[in-house]
Design a protein around this ligand. Structure first.
Ligand code: MCN
Ligand code: MOS
Length: 769
């Protein structure tokens, strides 16, 4: 049995697994059995010798200054080794951000003196046990000079914010066209603060050996986070190793190194012992930010036949006092429909909150909530079917970039979804479909997510026992990376997928870019494919040329590799298992490292930049085409007429993610995203205590996410075709696409059921009764 950190065997490969090609087969997740059995060890489950425990202490005011921290009682408490505050923290350097822009030359202190939000880290306590550290943290006596805070987007003191010029989009004369349009609608749409809440909370174990730092920390981007730690502590990048073979979800929140990580590494350095620091669930609402609250106004001008003449869009999202986090609210608005006139602007508004971060489909998600509700409102205004109005305004090319789509199977998605859902049986009037006490509503919305591209690197080894090993510092937080990379290598070399071991989640392995922006599957299958083909070529070359090869006498110019055997395409001579061949020629292994960097961009500096920043990431419109995934959600709700409770009773979604490397896993991604979308539509909302700017529902008991009982059967239909412009193997983005459009489909269904238009999420019963 190999180490559990390199899951090797596929589980039950039923479900048509072996039917057809290996890549594209419905294999179960190869990391599944270790997780189900509890054999998979997550970062915080490790117990290095001499381990000590750190806990974070967070501010209880939203603005002002830490006047004093009396540490005496805490320092005297049993087991306490160190009490860290802004005053005795190690001097760290500010690290560059993820774009790689040079950082300001000033120190970085993860512990605050000046408080910019409630829940900001102000101190940490390290003790022999977690309980001792927790108890001592309670003994810290912290006094604040409290200042007035801006609690949220609606605070009168917040103002309109500042414009983000980069996000302005305009063509034609949107205001004039709107004023002249025969039909106009205008409304404001809002989404609240939403949180990532992955089931595996954040935290790490940090350990120094001399100037080398080893971290066990869940991460969506080992190389990017390693760069940040290296810059903070002024050590070479190669000295930082992050290990995370298993990750319990991230949804965007584990892409960047965070303040608590700096604190743990700092404490480990000061004490010369490994430090474990676990962020508690309540702290995870302020140790990093989720999706910021947003508001947008959308005005649509149209002909009486429902043809759009103008879109005027103004959006704003909240950001923190110190950072600028942008949730691009025009990302769907500007490309979903054909319109001769458009103007879209966005502001960010500073409030006293932790800096918001990415949460599954940042931008596209709230953007679609606005435009996909608005188009529904226009359809209702005009008495046109919501599906029909979307087809009348179908964008045949990218209206913003003026480039052709590489593939856009949205028409096919509408058709397949409508057919499976039975959309033609919808009675158009609101409140016209009911079942006893339940008002029934059918709603529709479309979604999209861009295809981003960054080069990747992978190593494929053919071992003496005939098995393959794929290694990469990319990660699997549940998406299925282990499995699809095994499938890719198996198919390219010609061995059974059961004979492929994949090692991921260690920054000492070949480099990989961020598992964010739904790009990893396409990038890493591309890199593994290239390395695997090269490994196979080397194998065949040896079989043809090596003096000890039994194939040498055939004088063939090529050989077949399939089912783990080498043979002649003409059927002459032996069919030799790969392992036996390697033994005969006395080779231990064939090892091939390949990357997909462009020619001439392989210098050490280029590689460093590519893997540790997003500077080299191509946008969906770099090149001749505009690259996006697309989807259409058809959703049925049942609203209890007396109580206003909303149940989602049926979901049919048709999605275009291009070619699927593993339909079972892609469908699981899609269903997961739709489930998150249901939670977003009906439940999720960070509630701010207006007196202290504190998130009051900072736990999974009060911050509601969808549970099994909230989720009906979900039918997902793939309408994608291979897209050669999007990626080496023809796939497009999968992970974030499905959440886009779910909330507006539900809001539209609720309107159809009740005649009430709810434009601010979540759609709770008090808004309906
Ligand atoms: N896939 C496929 N065919 C394709 C593309 C993808 O079969 N053409 C499948 C594969 O199983 C692949 C998965 O879909 O592993 C996701 O691929 P991709 O869309 O490239 O997304 P990433 O691997 O880059 O994963 C990140 C993405 C993001 S950005 C968020 S946010 C998110 C998401 O994945 N967070 C997740 N899905 C998540 N799923 C889980 N379980 N946990 C999270 O935290
Ligand atoms: Mo995903 S929010 O891009 O990690």
């Amino acid at each position: 049995m190999k180490s559990l950190e390199s899951p090797r065997k596929h589980g039950d490969a039923s479900d048509g697994a072996m039917a057809g090609a290996v890549l594209g087969a419905r294999l179960v997740r190869m990391d599944g059995p270790a997780k189900i059995k509890g054999a998979a060890r997550y970062a915080l489950e490790h117990r290095p010798e001499n381990l000590v425990h750190a806990v974070m202490v967070q501010s209880t005011v939203a603005a002002g200054r830490v006047r004093s921290i009396d540490k005496a009682a805490a320092e005297a408490a049993p087991g306490v080794l160190l009490v860290l505050t802004a005053d005795n923290a190690l001097h760290l350097a500010t690290a560059s951000d993820w774009t790689g822009a040079p950082p300001p030359d000033r120190p970085y202190n993860p512990l605050a003196r000046d408080v910019a939000f409630n829940g900001q880290h102000v101190a940490a306590v390290v003790a022999e046990t977690f309980e001792q550290a927790t108890e001592a943290a309670r003994l810290l006596d912290i006094a604040y000079d409290e200042a007035p805070a801006i609690v949220d987007l609606d605070d009168p003191a917040a103002g309109d914010g500042m414009p983000i010029g980069m996000l302005t989009a305009q063509w034609g004369d949107a205001d004039a066209a709107l004023a002249a349009a025969p039909v106009r609608i205008e409304a404001e749409y809002r989404t609240p603060r939403e949180y990532n809440v992955p089931i595996e909370p954040h935290g790490l174990i940090a350990e120094w050996h001399g100037d080398s730092l080893t971290l066990r920390e869940p991460s969506q981007w080992l190389d990017g986070m390693a760069r940040t730690y290296a810059e903070w502590f002024g050590v070479p990048f190669e000295n930082v190793r992050i290990i995370a073979p298993y990750i319990g979800g991230g949804f965007g929140s584990k892409a960047l190194a965070l303040g608590h990580g700096a604190v743990a590494a700092m404490a480990a350095r000061m004490l010369g012992r490994p430090v474990k620091l676990a962020i508690t669930r309540p702290q995870s609402f302020t140790a990093f930010g989720g999706r910021p609250a947003t508001r947008q106004t959308i005005a649509l001008g149209a002909t009486r036949q429902g043809k759009l003449l103008s879109i005027v869009h103004r959006g704003a999202n909240e950001t923190s006092m110190e950072g600028v986090a942008v949730e691009p609210l025009g990302s769907v608005t500007t490309i979903m429909y054909a319109t001769p006139n458009l103007s879209s602007h966005q502001n960010v508004v500073r409030v006293n909150t932790v800096r918001p971060g990415p949460l599954r489909a940042p931008g596209e998600n709230p953007s679609a909530f606005g435009i996909e509700c608005a188009i529904d409102e226009l359809a209702c205004e005009l008495g046109i079917d919501p599906l029909e109005i979307r087809l009348r305004n179908y964008a045949e090319e990218d209206p913003k970039a003026g480039k052709p789509w590489s593939t856009r199977r949205l028409r096919e998605a509408f058709a397949a979804g409508a057919d499976a859902f039975g959309w033609s049986r919808r009675s158009p009037e609101p409140r016209s479909m009911r079942d006893g006490h339940d008002l029934i509503g059918w709603g529709l919305a479309a979604g999209t997510y861009p295809v981003r591209r960054t080069p990747g690197e992978a190593k494929v080894s053919i071992l003496a026992d005939g098995t393959l090993e794929v290694t990469s510092s990319s990660i699997d937080m549940g998406q299925g990376t282990y499995t699809i990379l095994a499938q890719t290598a198996a198919e390219a070399v010609g061995v059974a997928v059961e004979n492929v071991a994949v090692r991921l989640g260690d920054s000492s392995l070949p480099r990989a870019p961020v598992a964010g922006g739904s790009q990893l599957a396409n990038l890493m299958t591309g890199a593994v494919h290239k390395a695997a083909l090269a490994a196979r070529d080397e194998l065949v070359g040896l079989a043809i040329n090596d003096p000890r090869s039994p194939f040498r006498t055939l004088q063939a110019n090529t050989l077949l590799v399939s089912d783990g055997r080498i043979s002649s395409p003409r059927g002459e001579g032996p069919a030799l298992p790969i392992g036996e061949f390697l033994r005969r020629i006395g080779r231990e292994r064939i090892e091939v490292l390949r990357d997909t960097l462009p020619e001439g961009a392989r210098s050490a500096a280029d590689r460093y930049k590519n893997y540790t920043t997003i500077a080299t990431m191509l946008s969906p419109t770099d090149g001749d085409y505009s690259l996006h995934s697309w989807c259409a959600h058809f959703i049925e709700v049942r609203v209890d007429e007396d109580f206003g409770t909303v149940r989602v009773s049926r979901v049919v979604s048709a999605l275009d993610s291009g070619r699927l490397y593993n339909p079972k896993l892609a469908e699981s991604q899609w269903k997961g995203g739709i489930i998150m979308g249901i939670g977003q539509a009906l439940l999720e909302e960070g509630i701010v205590d207006r007196r202290h700017g504190r998130i009051v529902n900072n736990n999974l008991g009060d911050y509601l996410i969808a549970t099994n009982a909230d989720i009906p059967d979900i039918e997902v239909i793939s309408v994608g075709i291979p897209d050669p412009h999007a990626s080496v193997l023809g796939g497009k983005a999968v992970g974030e696409l499905p959440i886009v459009g779910v909330a507006p489909a539900i809001a539209n269904a609720v309107y159809h059921a009740t005649g009430k238009r709810i434009r601010d999420l979540p759609i709770t019963l008090e808004k309906l009764v």
